[in-house]
Design a protein around this ligand. Sequence first.
Ligand code: FE2
Length: 215
Amino acid sequence: MNAQDVILTYSKIYETINIFPFIQLHQLRVAKVAKLISGMVTKETNVNNIVAAGLLHDMGNIVKINFDSPLAKESLRFDEHGVDYWNGIKEEHIKEYGEWSHTATENILKKLEIEKPVVDLINLASWQHIQEVIDGDDWNAKILAYADYRVMPHGVSSLSDRLDDLKKRYHTDDKEAEEEAKKVHDSYFKLEEQLVKFGLKPDEITDESITFIEI
Ligand SMILES: [Fe+2]
């Protein structure tokens, strides 16, 4: 399936794979933020690939959701199914796609036969590859990686608020892990600087400004 087909049929795709609504919304917001940024930067980009990758980049994430957490409970407040149903779907996804979110996403993309450029972009734009993205010249990956770090569970945020939120959610007493996390966080600020040099206006990315972005 190519990027254009993903953009045209993403709701159907979410329905077929049974993507948790909160993850759907996150992916949609990231795709919109990424599209907005693509229009700001003066570098040549492939908007369709960026948007399609944004729409699919966390497809396997239900496997790592803790449905007892306050955030998950809050996200289920208006859900028609409830926690038992989604815990069941989580178990099904772990069985079918794997217990690690990254592997689960990869396997879902394989099942959907998503074309290689979109899959490669999703892999490259993950935080594990942030240094490679900064050092490299792939502006699609720079935009997608940054867009993912401008969307909090409740909507668009500044980069520092998003990083603070991640720090709180994934806090550990392991010193080495904390230092590694700090390095990654610094990298995202470097990435923001790179994008600003080529037209990004960080303050113009808000919940309001993405409202009118059409996917
Ligand atoms: Fe994400």
